[in-house]
Design a protein around this ligand. Structure first.
Ligand SMILES: [Fe+2]
Ligand SMILES: [Fe+2]
Length: 475
């Protein structure tokens, strides 16, 4: 029997279900990090002044009713520390320690690697808040504004989740890393965020929806591999984060749905593909944004082959997506895998040991998942009776990391000389003209129940509330 999960203690300065009050040193350390976090939130978080927002706050980790909804001032949001329930019988599912009990402490030999994995994950969380900080001012509706802020406060909570692990298990170095997480900033010249996609700007809402669809989904897959970790506190932390993450992807999926729906309406109404002049976003511009966000998100999975990742797997630090459902020996020492490669200047594949190819394995799972969204958006076009379709560009398109970083290809996968790529890339990636047009549509609609002209309203509101609910009170 698994014991009932500890309910969150909201009488504490830092809400938590980890009995923080029992470890005074740790509690004090985190309480001294807290004002730095708030200073970061005030200076790098959402810029639009609000009185309060209808937000979900995690209150428990159990299956029923883990969240509470209510209007709260964002500054007073109760960012807390929540780990999923502990399974006392849990055993390591893969690698050389397969079958042994999971670890409650960090083994000395894996300390540096685990810390690195946690820092990289932790760095993405505040980065996206920074990237999205100005979007509130151009929200197409109060409903969308509320969703943006929900994503933002939860990314803030995910930062807390990683900082808790750093403070609780990695001593002084962990505390230093926690400080650094607040000092690096998205797009900064001197100290940028660690991963490329998290230094790109999110200047408009189409980018935001694409980001939450494609880049938050990368987060889902990374968290999925860390959820398998033999280091049990990391596993339980990630399991709970995944719960929150699904709303972020919902925002992206349905956001793009609604843009496509509105574009299709305008195309039919005016019998034209060129809906730009009609206040909509043309399908080819949606496709270009999709191409961009998908390709930079593919880069987040790293090189096709990686000995580091092989070592993480063998050591039990980071597993595969749905590790337990895989039907193999979970050690992979004798297996091989085909991975993408450039062979004689052409796109091809090469065989490598399965361990070394784990990044490719994860990227493939991700690509399959991404296709579902595209199918869904195409159904909207199909139901509207339109022949146009959206699609995922070729894996080699616009890549800056891995085997394809040295070549340029069309979305169909045809290799191009560099000059030709330069000449033609504006047909596949958003140009300044496209971006300026999309930005010009981003006029705020802050009236209850109203929505901007470039996007359709949602089918439902949040938590059973109607679309015209007062989700946000502006200051
Ligand atoms: Fe997150
Ligand atoms: Fe997220």
């Amino acid at each position: 029997m698994t014991p009932l999960p500890a309910p969150a203690d909201y009488s504490e300065k830092i809400p938590n279900n980890v009995d923080l009050h029992e470890d005074r040193r740790l509690q004090r350390a985190l309480e001294s990090w807290q004002p730095n976090f708030l200073t970061w939130w005030e200076s790098m978080g959402p810029t639009l002044p609000t009185e309060d927002v209808y937000l979900r706050t995690a209150v428990n980790v159990g299956r029923e009713g883990w969240a509470h909804f209510g209007h709260v001032a964002m500054r007073d949001y109760r960012w807390g520390i929540f780990l999923a329930e502990r399974d006392r019988d849990r055993r390591i599912a893969f690698g050389q320690h397969r079958g042994e009990p999971v670890w409650q402490k960090v083994p000395g030999e894996y300390r540096a690697d685990l810390r690195r994995l946690i820092v990289i994950q932790g760095d993405t969380e505040p980065a996206s808040v920074e990237q999205q900080r100005n979007l509130g001012a151009t929200a197409p509706s109060l409903y969308d504004m509320r969703n943006l802020f929900q994503v933002n406060v939860e990314e803030g909570r995910h930062l807390w989740a990683m900082v808790y692990l750093l403070h609780a298990y990695f001593g002084r170095e962990g505390r230093e890393e926690a400080e650094e997480l607040l000092h690096r900033n998205s797009g900064s010249e001197e100290s940028p965020r660690i991963l490329g996609a998290f230094n790109e700007e999110t200047p408009d809402w189409l980018s935001f929806f694409m980001f939450t669809y494609f880049t938050d989904r990368d987060g889902k897959y990374q968290l999925g591999t860390l959820k398998e970790s033999a280091f049990d506190p990391l596993s339980r932390t990630c399991e709970f984060m995944l719960k929150e993450e699904s709303h972020h992807m919902f925002v992206g999926t349905t956001g793009v749905d609604r843009v496509v729906e509105r574009t299709a309406q305008l195309m039919l109404e005016h019998d034209t593909d060129d809906v730009g002049g009609l206040g909509g976003i043309p399908l080819n511009v949606i496709q270009k944004y999709l191409n961009f966000h998908y390709s930079v998100s593919l880069d987040l999975f790293g090189s096709e082959t990686s000995t580091n990742v092989a070592n993480y797997f063998t050591a039990g630090l980071k597993g595969r997506w749905s590790e337990e459902r895989r039907r193999d020996d979970h050690r992979l020492t004798d297996d091989s895998i085909m991975v993408d490669a450039v062979v004689d200047g052409r796109i091809g594949q090469t065989e490598v040991s399965a361990l070394v190819g784990l990044n490719s394995d994860l990227r493939r799972e991700y690509i399959r998942d991404c296709q579902n969204g595209v199918n869904r958006w195409n159904r909207i076009l199909e139901e509207a009776g339109l022949p146009q379709r959206l699609r995922l560009p070729h894996t080699a398109f616009n890549r800056r990391v891995g085997a394809f970083s040295g070549i340029e290809v069309t979305p169909e996968g045809e290799v191009l000389p560099a000059e030709e790529w330069e000449r033609r890339k504006g047909a596949w990636l958003p140009t300044d003209v496209d971006k300026t047009h999309v930005r010009s549509l981003m006029r705020p609609v802050h009236e209850r129940g109203k929505i901007a002209a470039w996007i359709a309203p949602p089918r439902q509101g949040i938590n059973g509330k109607p679309f015209d609910y007062d989700y946000v009170h502006l200051a």
